[in-house]
Write a protein of this length. Structure first.
Length: 320
């Protein structure tokens, strides 16, 4: 019996036909742990008929030939999931997210810590805090990785309010237009929301109703565009949990805490929660200063691995 599958004990007086129906459903009820059942509802008539025979709710029936979800980043992120990087101001969370977004868009074989990017492709990055700084971060990342080519990475600098139906509709329509005009109909692999708080203007982050609406929009984006939604959020006063309602924690497929002491180059990413894989691990990262020459005299930072001097980082598109 696989993880998440129910115990289907035979009831007294059950007919052979009902037992056969149970056999049909053994591998078709309640998907693996961490996979929302509503995402795997099947319109498989034999299984539905079987469900009715033994009283299994129709919503709990899934395809018999269910296959495990595909992975976006090895041992970390599954495709079409919802997750959050969160940390205190200045922790480096946006730099970590930018490195992930660009690694996916530019077809890098690896992200940080040797994790494998299983699927590359278009990325949309919703930057609600302006795009100027992000553009410098992009140029710094490309320079660090010796990349000059362009990639399907799109910055969306619109003012978006996930709690305003009109604003959400405009976001959906502009994304559809981008897919048709720039991506040739190809769906984005990931959509980043940086930051959560800026996309819920006027809302109470501690209010369950407000944050449920935010999650509903994230789920709508995932469903319509068949994509992974990655949010960037802040920690609460304690610095160890996400700020606001626990609705975000409960809805997330994975949570990554980014922390760094003020003034330090090195930080830590801790896997607080990963439904599909092992969590609880910690990995270090380094914020490396990159000189941008005449583009920006202050330069910019890039989140990189911490590796021994004699160890070569994995190579990807355009070199490492």
């Amino acid at each position: 019996m696989g993880i998440g599958q129910p115990e289907l004990a035979h009831a007294d007086g059950e007919s052979e036909q009902q037992i056969a129906y149970r056999d049909l459903l053994v591998d078709a009820v309640a998907g693996p742990e961490g996979i929302p059942i509503e995402e795997h509802i099947a319109r498989d008539k034999p299984a539905l008929r079987a469900a009715k025979q033994i009283g299994v709710p129709e919503f709990a029936v899934i395809k018999e030939n269910f296959t495990p979800p595909k992975t976006l980043v090895s041992s970390t992120i599954i495709e079409n999931s919802l997750g959050f990087f969160f940390g205190a101001p200045g922790s480096g969370k946006t730099f970590v997210c930018t490195s992930l977004a660009l690694s996916i868009a530019y077809g890098m074989k690896h992200w940080l810590w040797g994790t494998i990017i299983e699927r590359s492709g278009p990325v949309i990055y919703i930057s609600t805090e302006g795009t100027t700084d992000v553009r410098f971060r992009i140029e710094a990342w490309k320079k660090h990785h010796k990349i000059k080519k362009r990639a399907p990475f799109y910055l969306l600098d619109e003012t978006v309010n996930f709690l305003d139906p009109i604003s959400v509709n405009m976001l959906m329509e502009s994304t559809k237009e981008l897919i048709q005009t720039k991506l040739g109909g190809e769906m984005p692999v990931a959509i980043f929301v940086d930051t959560v708080s800026r996309t819920i203007a006027g809302a109470d982050e501690n209010n369950q109703k407000d944050m449920t609406k935010f999650i509903e929009v994230c789920d709508k984006i995932r469903r319509v565009f068949k994509t992974t939604v990655i949010g960037v959020h802040h920690t609460g006063r304690q610095g160890e949990t996400m700020r606001g309602s626990t609705v975000l924690d409960g809805a997330a497929d994975w949570l990554m805490l980014v922390s760094r002491e003020k003034g330090e180059e090195q930080g830590i990413v801790r896997a607080e929660k990963i439904k599909a894989f092992r969590d609880g691990w910690e990995k270090p990262f380094l914020l490396k200063q990159i000189d941008l020459d005449d583009l920006w005299e202050e330069g910019s930072l890039v989140a990189t691995d911490i590796r021994p001097e004699n160890e070569t980082a994995p190579t990807g598109f355009g070199g490492a």
